[in-house]
Design a protein around this ligand. Structure first.
Ligand SMILES: C=C(O[C@H]1C=CC=C(C(=O)O)[C@@H]1O)C(=O)O
Length: 463
C-alpha cells in the first residue's frame, strides 16, 4: 500500500497506473477529501436504486455510502476469509491521507444471526456475510464532512476518464434531492400475529426446561408484519429513527429491493488501536411518564433479581471472552441504566487491551451471539431459537458495522429493527427468557421493543 499524503488526485492516479503495471493486476485508488458539510439523509437518498447504507454511532459520527467498489461475501460465518481478502485488497492500493476515523478505505457490512439459516422472503437480498468497500462514501462528525471515493483501476485505464468520474461525483454531492412523502400520510395495517399463543407456550416450555437445569437463558424473538397503503421511502423512516433516538446507533442497509434499518442501543464491540470495549446491555423495564416515575422504575430494574440474572449471564460471558483475548480487563462493578426510547436497560461496560494479533473480526466471531441475543449455554440456546421461532431472523440481532484498514472499527447489534420492502415492513423484537419469566410480561416487553420501528414508520416522535 502506498500512502500519498500530499499528492493531488492526478498524481495519485498516475502512481496507481504505475503500480498496475508493476504488479500486473488492478489497483485500488482511494481518495479522501474534506467537503462542505452535507445532509447525510439527502446523501443516503441521492441515488435510489443503488446499494447504499447509513450508520450513526453514539458519538454522532455518521457514515453513508452509495454504490459498491468491491464486495466481500462469505458462507457460514467465515469472517477470517473476509479479513484475508480485505488485507489483500489493501496491499494492492494507493491512497490519499485519510486521517480521521471513519474516512478512507473501509468495509461496511454485517452478517446474519444464524450461520446457515434458510432465508425467508424478507431476507433473500441479504447474504450470510456481506461487507462492502463503498465506491462513494461520506463521513461526518462534529460539523465536518469528508468524501471518500474508491475505484479499482486496470492497466489500460484512461486517467482522464477516471478524473471525469471524480468530478461528476463532486458535482453530484452538491445536488440536493428533496426528501420523500410525509410518513404521517401513510396508513399501516398490522397482520394478526397467529403465532402469539405458540410463542407464549414456547416460553413456558423453556422455563420448564430451565427448572430441570437443562439451560439457563434463551432470547426468543417475535416478528410483526405490517402493510402500508403506499410505498414507503426508507430515507424518511431512517430520518425519523435518527431524530427519535439521539443516543445509540442508527443504521440502514439497502440491498436490492430491501432496506434493513433500526435504532439499536446495543454496542457489540469497538476497537481503536489495541483498546477494546463492549457493552453488555440486557434486562429491561419500561420508561416512566415523569422523571420521578422513570427513576423509580430504573431503581426497580436495578434491584430486580430476574433482570439481574438475565444481565449477569451477558456480563460474565463478555468478560470471559475479554479475559481470553485481552490484558487489563476491567468490568464495571455494578450495572448502570441505559435509557433507550420506551425502555431502560441494565448496562455494564467491559474494557480491555487486545493481546498481540487479536483483530476486530476475531472478537466479533467469538462474541456473537452474546447471551443478550442468544442465551446460555450458547449452542443449546441457538438451537432452541431455531426450533421455536417460526421465521428467519435474517440480520436481526446480528453484528453490523465497519472496519478500516488499521483494523479499527465498531459493531452494534442490529436490534429494534426491521426490513422494509415496498409497502411491507417486517419488524423483530425479542427478550431474554430465564427461569422466572412470565409469558404475558414477555409479550408486553416485546411490544415496547417494537416501538422504535413502529413510531418511525408512522413518522411519530416517540415521546
Ligand atoms: C433481543 C432484544 O433485546 C435484547 C437487548 C437488550 C435487552 C434485552 C432483554 O432485556 O431481554 C434483550 O436481551 C430486542 O430488542 O429485540
Amino acid at each position: 500500500m502506498i500512502d500519498k499524503s500530499q499528492r493531488s488526485l492526478t498524481e495519485l492516479l498516475a502512481d496507481g497506473i504505475v503500480l498496475t503495471h508493476e504488479k500486473n493486476t488492478p489497483i485500488l485508488i482511494s481518495w479522501t477529501e474534506e467537503i462542505e458539510p452535507i445532509d447525510m439523509f439527502h446523501f443516503y437518498q441521492l441515488e435510489d436504486g443503488i446499494e447504499r447504507a447509513f450508520w450513526r454511532d453514539d458519538d454522532h459520527m455518521s457514515i453513508g455510502y452509495s454504490g459498491v467498489c468491491e464486495s466481500f461475501e462469505a458462507d457460514s460465518h467465515d469472517l477470517e476469509a473476509i479479513e484475508r481478502a480485505w488485507h489483500k485488497r489493501l496491499d494492492l492500493s494507493v491512497q490519499s491521507n485519510a486521517k480521521e476515523k471513519g474516512t478512507g478505505p473501509l468495509l461496511f457490512g454485517g452478517m446474519s444471526y444464524h450461520k446457515n439459516a434458510k432465508r425467508d422472503a424478507f431476507w433473500t437480498d441479504f447474504p450470510t456475510v456481506r461487507f462492502v468497500l463503498p465506491s462513494l462514501m461520506v463521513s461526518s462528525k462534529s460539523g465536518r464532512a469528508w468524501v471518500t471515493m474508491n475505484r479499482i483501476i486496470a492497466k489500460e485505464e484512461d486517467v482522464k476518464q477516471v478524473l471525469q468520474f471524480y468530478s461528476k461525483v463532486r458535482k453530484k454531492l452538491r445536488s440536493i434531492t428533496p426528501l420523500g412523502a410525509n410518513l404521517a400520510e401513510i396508513t399501516w395495517n398490522p397482520e394478526t400475529d397467529q403465532h402469539i399463543d405458540a410463542w407464549k407456550n414456547a416460553i413456558s416450555s423453556l422455563t420448564s426446561e430451565m427448572k430441570e437445569g437443562l439451560l439457563q437463558k434463551v432470547v426468543l424473538a417475535r416478528r410483526k408484519i405490517l402493510r402500508a397503503n403506499q410505498t414507503v421511502d426508507p430515507t424518511m423512516v431512517l430520518k425519523q429513527l435518527d431524530s427519535n433516538h439521539p443516543q445509540g446507533y442508527i443504521f440502514a442497509l439497502n440491498y436490492g429491493e430491501s432496506t434493513f434499518l433500526g435504532a439499536t442501543p446495543e454496542q457489540l464491540v469497538r476497537k481503536m488501536g489495541n483498546s477494546l470495549e463492549s457493552s453488555s446491555v440486557a434486562g429491561t423495564i419500561q420508561r416512566g411518564h415523569t422523571t420521578k416515575e422513570d427513576d423509580r422504575l430504573g431503581e426497580e430494574l436495578l434491584q430486580d433479581a430476574k433482570n439481574r440474572s438475565e444481565h449477569d449471564f451477558v456480563v460474565e460471558s463478555i468478560a470471559q471472552m475479554f479475559n481470553e483475548f485481552c490484558l487489563d480487563v476491567s468490568v464495571q462493578k455494578t450495572p448502570s441504566l441505559l435509557k433507550a426510547g420506551k425502555v431502560q436497560h441494565l448496562h455494564t461496560p467491559v474494557k480491555g487491551i487486545t493481546k498481540e494479533g487479536v483483530s476486530l473480526f476475531d472478537m466479533i466471531s467469538r462474541l456473537h451471539p452474546t447471551p443478550a441475543m442468544g442465551g446460555k449455554p450458547r449452542s443449546v440456546a441457538v438451537e432452541k431459537i431455531a426450533h421455536h421461532e417460526t421465521f428467519d431472523r435474517g440480520w436481526y440481532a446480528a453484528p453490523i458495522g465497519w472496519i478500516d484498514q488499521e483494523g479499527d472499527g465498531e459493531f452494534a447489534v442490529a436490534i429494534r429493527s426491521g426490513v422494509l420492502q415496498g409497502k411491507t415492513a417486517s419488524l423483530y423484537a425479542g427478550c431474554g427468557i430465564v427461569e422466572a419469566s412470565d409469558p404475558a410480561s414477555e409479550v408486553e416487553e416485546t411490544e415496547l421493543k417494537f416501538a422504535p420501528m413502529l413510531h418511525a414508520l408512522k413518522g411519530e416522535t416517540h415521546a
